[in-house]
Design a protein around this ligand. Structure first.
Ligand SMILES: [Zn+2]
Length: 478
C-alpha cells in the first residue's frame, strides 16, 4: 500500500515530502527536489520583498515577464509587484515582447534574459507569468548560474511546469524537454490565480488530466524495458489528490476557493513528480505527444498555439479510450510477433511523411529520436514476449489506475473545460487533429501506448476513426 505521506503529500512542506520520498526509495532512484520553498496561500505576493532579502546575496533583481497585461481590478499585477520590490531592491524589469504573437520558449528569448542578468549584475531573477516565462527563466538562469536564486510567481494555474527542473524548449521546430533547473522558490498567490481568466486555470486542470494516462504509459514502457526511470512515489503523490480534484470538477466551475487550492497543489505535485523522476514521463505520455504535434504544426499553419493543458485534456480522452479498447479486446495469444518489428527503411519513410511537410529539420530531429526507439524496441523483444505471457497481471495493475473515458468527459463537462479540439483557442481543424493522432507515435524516442498499438498493428486510420467515434458519443473529441 502506498505511503499515506505520499498519497496526501503537501508541496508546501518540502522537508516532510523529502523524508517520505527517502523512506520509499530503496533503490535510490529518485532525484532530489532542488527547491527551497513553495508558497501556495492567500496574499503570497506580499511576501516577495522578504523572500528576496532572505535568498538573494544582494539587492539587484531582474524581473522577467511577458507583455500580456494582467489586471487585478484597476491595477496591473506586474506593476504592483515591480513597485513592491522597488521599495527595497534595485529592480530591472525585462519584458519579453512577443509582438502580438504567442511567446515561445526559444533560445533567442532565453538569450535576452541571460544578457539582462549579466547586464544588471542580478543577484536573483523573479519570473512572473505562465509556463513559457517559467521555462525561459529556468533555461536562462541555468545558463548563467544555478547558484543564483530563481523566484517564480505563477499568475495562473495554467500548466505544471512550475515545480520541476525541466524546460520545454522549441529547438528546430520540435519541442524538447531539456534538463535545466528548478525555481528556488515558487509563489502561488491564491488570490492572483483565482482572478486569472478561467480558460487559463482550466488549462492547468486539463494538464493534470494526464495523470490518468501518462503514468500508465510510463509503466508500460518500464515493463517493456523501454524506460528504467519508472518509480511508484512519482505516481503516488499524484493519484489520490487528483482523484479528489476530478471528483470536485463541478466546484471549479463555481470558482470554489478550496477547489482552486487543490488544483494548485495537484499541479505543483505534478511538476514535482517529474522532477523526482528526472524526466517528464509521470505527467507526459501519449496525450502530450499528440499535443506536441499540434503545436509543431501551428507555425506552418499560421495559427497560434492553443493552451497546452486544454489540448492535453482532449489528448487524454483519446488516450484513455485507446487504453479502454486495448484492455477490453487485446488477446496476447493472437499477436504475430514477427510482424511487430518494422524495418528502419519503412519507418524512416513514415517519419519523413509525417513531418517532412513541416520542415526537413523537424523530420530529421524526429527520426533521430525515433531511430533509437526502434532499435531499443527490437532489443527488448524478450521483455515483450514476457509481457504477453503475463498480460492479465499487467492489465489488472493498469486497470487500477485508469479512469473511464466516460467519467473523465462527464467531469470535464462539469468543470466547464473544453473536450473538443474545435473548442480550442484558436480551434484545431479535424484534419490536423487526425494527423496528430495517427502520427504521434513517430515523434521522437519516448515509448508510449501509441507505440505498442502501432507495433501490434492497431494504430492506423481505422483505429483513429474508432477513437473519434467513441469520443463523439461522449460529446468530446474533434
Ligand atoms: Zn503538460
Amino acid at each position: 500500500m502506498a505511503d499515506q505521506r505520499l498519497v496526501y503529500a503537501d508541496p508546501c512542506d518540502l522537508d516532510a515530502l523529502r523524508q517520505a520520498l527517502a523512506d520509499n526509495d530503496p533503490e535510490h532512484k529518485l532525484c532530489p527536489i532542488q527547491m527551497d520553498r513553495i508558497y501556495i496561500q492567500h496574499q503570497a505576493i506580499e511576501l516577495l520583498p522578504d523572500i528576496v532579502r532572505e535568498h538573494a546575496k544582494g539587492p539587484k533583481v531582474l524581473m522577467v515577464t511577458d507583455a500580456t497585461p494582467y489586471y487585478r481590478g484597476e491595477r496591473s499585477l506586474k506593476e504592483e509587484i515591480y513597485f513592491l520590490l522597488s521599495r527595497t531592491c534595485d529592480v530591472r524589469w525585462l519584458v519579453l515582447d512577443n509582438h502580438d504573437h504567442v511567446l515561445h520558449a526559444v533560445d533567442e528569448e532565453s538569450q535576452k534574459i541571460q544578457q539582462a542578468i549579466r547586464g544588471h549584475g542580478a543577484d536573483c531573477v523573479v519570473g512572473i507569468g505562465g509556463g513559457t516565462v517559467t521555462d525561459l527563466c529556468k533555461d536562462a538562469s541555468h545558463a548563467v548560474s544555478d547558484e543564483m536564486p530563481l523566484i517564480i510567481v505563477q499568475t495562473a494555474l495554467s500548466v505544471n511546469a512550475f515545480s520541476d527542473g525541466i524546460s520545454i524548449m522549441l529547438k528546430n521546430g520540435v519541442k524538447s524537454s531539456l534538463p535545466t533547473r528548478y525555481p528556488s522558490i515558487l509563489v502561488v498567490d491564491l488570490d492572483v490565480v483565482r482572478q486569472a481568466p478561467m480558460e487559463r486555470n482550466l488549462a492547468g486542470y486539463g494538464d493534470v488530466m494526464a495523470t490518468w494516462t501518462a503514468p500508465v504509459d510510463w509503466y508500460l514502457a518500464y515493463r517493456l524495458g523501454m524506460n528504467n526511470t519508472y518509480n511508484d512515489p512519482s505516481c503516488d503523490i499524484l493519484r489520490r489528490q487528483n482523484t479528489e480534484l476530478l471528483d470536485a470538477s463541478g466546484k471549479l466551475a463555481e470558482r470554489d476557493p478550496d477547489t482552486f487550492q487543490l488544483l494548485a497543489r495537484v499541479l505543483t505535485l505534478s511538476g514535482l513528480a517529474m522532477g523526482i523522476a528526472g524526466e517528464s514521463c509521470p505527467s507526459s505520455g501519449t496525450e502530450h505527444i499528440i499535443t506536441h504535434l499540434l503545436d509543431m504544426s501551428a507555425d506552418k499553419q499560421n495559427r497560434d498555439v492553443a493552451f497546452h493543458g486544454a489540448q492535453v485534456a482532449v489528448g487524454t480522452i483519446f488516450t484513455a479510450i485507446a487504453w479502454e479498447i486495448l484492455l477490453a479486446e487485446f488477446d496476447p495469444t493472437k499477436v504475430d510477433l514477427d510482424a511487430c518489428y518494422p524495418d528502419e527503411e519503412k519507418m524512416h519513410g513514415e517519419v519523413q511523411k509525417a513531418f517532412g511537410w513541416i520542415a526537413q529539420s523537424t523530420a530529421d530531429e524526429c527520426w533521430n529520436g525515433y531511430q533509437k526507439k526502434l532499435a531499443s524496441w527490437k532489443a527488448v523483444r524478450p521483455a515483450f514476449e514476457d509481457l504477453l505471457a503475463h498480460w492479465d497481471e499487467f492489465a489488472a495493475e493498469v486497470k487500477k489506475h485508469l479512469v473511464s473515458p466516460a467519467y473523465l468527459c462527464q467531469q470535464m463537462h462539469a468543470a466547464g473545460a473544453p473536450t473538443r479540439y474545435r473548442q480550442m483557442t484558436p480551434p484545431i481543424d479535424p484534419d490536423t487533429a487526425r494527423w496528430a493522432l495517427r502520427d504521434c507515435h513517430l515523434y521522437r524516442n519516448r515509448f508510449t501506448l501509441s507505440d505498442l498499438l502501432y507495433y501490434i498493428g492497431w494504430w492506423n486510420e481505422s483505429f483513429i476513426e474508432r477513437l473519434i467515434q467513441r469520443a463523439e458519443e461522449l460529446d468530446a473529441g474533434l
